[in-house]
Design a protein around this ligand. Structure first.
Ligand code: ZN
Ligand code: ZN
Length: 293
């Protein structure tokens, strides 16, 4: 087993087939993989359940998932992550988190803040723009594009949602900052002046919330040629003093730790020499800077 490095941390991931329709294996197997991968802190951030049937994924509907099942599984997750984080405490700091959704637009704030007290931290993620999923199927992305009137207005709207989410939820971690890349053409210009302005406002909201940015390795696995976020956003965030922490976005044991060494290299190449991680000290969750070298 490799020696646990202080910088070897993931705050976004740990999804398991036990509690997530599009993940595999049990949560115990995922946590065991995190021990084997040499993490010092491993945050588990299962998806919060959606509250209206119109937000069920097509793949969930195919498998007969219902809202009741999502809520029951999330309740079971809450209990199991508490058990596992206590059981593994002598080998690995397992943080109990969840990934917040920003749907429905009118009520997500109340719903997510109601869930928050059961956990040690929250990852705030924008997967929907005006209630249309942007990282789902290509067809859904087409729907989002048509509703927004094109890629540039969709990207602007996406970053507006990130800013609103950061202000409304004040999450400890903001997930995959430029997830809008997920279904956009690889050669699309997602740093036009209008998009850049909206992204800068989102970064200001992240900074005001004192949130950590997720350096998310799933971008490599999804064929985007790099992690989330892109270099220009890394540079802007670094200049603003916003910290990054890794997220392997694992959806099963095989993903656990995937890309984290490359992500460390990526940050160093962009002149980021430290991460900001969450840690548990005397039962309290703290944010602390850790050098990457
Ligand atoms: Zn997921
Ligand atoms: Zn996500």
């Amino acid at each position: 087993m490799p020696q646990a490095q202080p910088w070897k941390v993931s705050l976004h991931g740990g999804h398991s087939g036990e509690f997530c329709e599009h993940a595999v294996s049990t949560l115990r197997e995922v946590v065991e993989a995190a021990v084997a991968a040499g993490f010092s802190v491993f945050g588990v951030s299962e998806h919060a359940p959606r509250s209206e049937p119109r937000f069920l994924y097509g793949t969930e509907l195919e498998k007969g998932y219902t809202l009741e099942r999502l809520h029951a599984e999330f309740g079971a997750y809450t209990a199991e992550i508490e058990r596992l984080s206590a059981e593994f405490d002598d080998r690995l700091t397992v943080l109990r988190g969840f990934e917040a959704e920003i749907v429905p637009a009118a009520t997500y704030r109340e719903e997510m803040l109601a869930i928050r007290p059961r956990f040690e931290y929250m990852v705030g993620s924008v997967h929907y723009v005006d209630e249309v999923q942007i990282d789902g199927s290509p067809e859904e992305f087409e729907t989002a594009l048509a509703a927004a009137g094109g890629l540039e207005p969709l990207a602007v709207r996406y970053y507006e949602h990130v800013a609103e989410m950061a202000e409304a939820l004040r999450p400890e971690v903001v997930g995959h900052l430029d997830l809008i890349r997920r279904r956009a053409p690889l050669d699309a210009d997602l740093a036009t002046p209008a998009i850049t302005r909206a992204a800068e406002r989102a970064l200001e909201a992240v900074k005001a919330a004192d949130a950590i940015l997720d350096l998310n390795t799933a971008g490599w696995r999804k064929g985007l040629g790099g992690p989330y976020p892109a270099p220009w956003l890394v540079e802007k965030a670094e200049a603003m003093g916003i910290g990054f922490c890794f997220g392997d976005d694992s959806h099963g044991p095989a993903d656990v730790g995937a890309g984290v060494e490359d992500a460390r290299q990526y940050l160093l190449e962009h002149n980021v020499s430290r991460i900001r991680r969450l840690n548990r000290i005397d039962c309290a969750i703290v944010k602390e800077w850790v050098p990457l070298a």
